[in-house]
Design a protein around this ligand. Structure first.
Ligand code: NAP
Length: 324
């Protein structure tokens, strides 16, 4: 008998077809109205769930008594109540590696974009303000040769550090839970304590997972430790930075600029960030290229199908619950 699966975010038609060939598929459709009612109808018989972008914990999953796996089409898994999944013994899979280089590209785009004020000066040019040769009001700051501080030298952090070290001759500083001797060797990276990294780096790139330990990791105190000439980049999760404190720091020019892909609340909606020329704001597009979104979906499908066959999937977030 075919198993029942619930798709809780958009999948490309070919990926839905792939699922339909193997399972009875129900797709959540917010356009049909009451999302909770759709969960309530589908979950009691669902063996698997696949998707991204919706919080999943006891509130949504209490009725999902048959659930064998949740496959997230993302590397970050802060939307899932992991303690609850562990208690229930529900395996969760994610999509590491396939999005690393693409997200690092975007991190570097934010570095370049803030330093050279790309979006701001594009708007200025198109508004007809370019009347004579530019002067100091339009100048930016150099990227090459500067100190690149990576907060979280994991997969994506290391990929950004490589771009900085080998593409832009930057000195790499990092802070994290542990030392990374191989990356220190490869990149000449220097481990710093948290405050040391903030006060020394010209670019502070935040690329840690969101957890209780990293929520509001960067607040008023941390922003005050940064140099007035420094730039903050956040491609991790919005909640890692106290956004009100950041807005204040940017308004008062206590740091030079911020490049942001993620926000405390998404979509961003009304925000004081819009009025700030020194804030470069992108709509959470770290992994959003055609190639990488396809690769992420395929990785998530591989994990999902493997787990539903009863075999151990490649990317288990909570391997301790796998009963294989
Ligand atoms: P990863 O390989 O697990 O790397 C995370 C790094 O953060 C690890 O090096 C870890 O250090 C470090 N870390 C964890 N807790 C920390 C703390 N309290 N203080 C300092 N460092 C800490 O993950 P990844 O694949 O690089 O992804 C990182 C995050 O990026 C994801 O969780 C996701 O939220 C975000 N992301 C965003 C986008 C986007 O669209 N903007 C796209 C992809 C990913 P240790 O190794 O020492 O534990």
């Amino acid at each position: 008998m075919k198993k029942n699966v619930f798709v809780f975010s958009r999948l490309a038609p070919e990926h839905l077809e792939r699922l339909r060939a193997q399972f009875n598929v129900t797709v959540l459709d917010p356009k049909l109205g009451d999302v909770d009612a759709q969960y309530a109808a589908a979950l009691p018989t669902a063996h698997g769930m696949i998707g991204v972008g919706r919080p999943l914990g006891a509130k949504q999953l209490a009725q999902a008594g048959q659930l064998e796996v949740i496959s997230s089409v993302s590397v970050g898994y802060d939307n899932y109540d992991l303690a609850y999944l562990n208690e229930r013994g529900i395996p969760l899979t994610n999509t590491p590696d396939v999005l690393t280089e693409t997200t690092a590209d975007l991190g570097f785009a934010l570095i370049m974009g803030t330093a050279r004020r790309v979006a701001e000066l594009d708007a200025w040019t198109k508004a007809g303000q370019w009347k004579r040769t530019v002067d100091t009001p339009q100048f930016g700051v150099d990227v090459h040769g500067k100190k690149l501080g990576i907060l979280g030298l994991g997969r994506i952090g290391a990929a950004i550090a490589r771009r900085g070290r080998f593409g832009f001759n930057m000195e790499v500083l990092y802070h994290g839970n542990s030392r990374k001797p191989e990356l220190e060797q490869e990149l000449g990276a220097r481990f710093c304590d948290f405050d040391g990294l903030l006060s020394e780096a010209d670019f502070v790139v935040v690329v840690v997972p969101l957890s209780d330990a990293t929520r509001k990791l960067i607040g008023k105190r941390e922003l005050e430790l940064m140099k007035p000439s420094a730039i903050l980049i956040n491609i991790a999760r919005g909640q890692v930075i106290d956004e009100a404190a950041l807005v204040e720091a940017l308004q008062e020019k206590r740091i030079l600029a911020a490049g942001l892909d993620v926000y405390e609340k998404e979509p961003l909606g009304e925000s004081p960030l819009y009025a700030l020329p020194n804030a470069l704001t992108l709509p959470h597009i770290g992994s959003a290229t055609h190639e990488t979104r396809r690769a992420m979906a395929e990785c998530a499908l591989d994990n999902f199908e493997t787990a539903l066959r009863g075999e151990r999937p490649k990317n288990l977030v909570n391997p301790q619950v796998w009963k294989g």
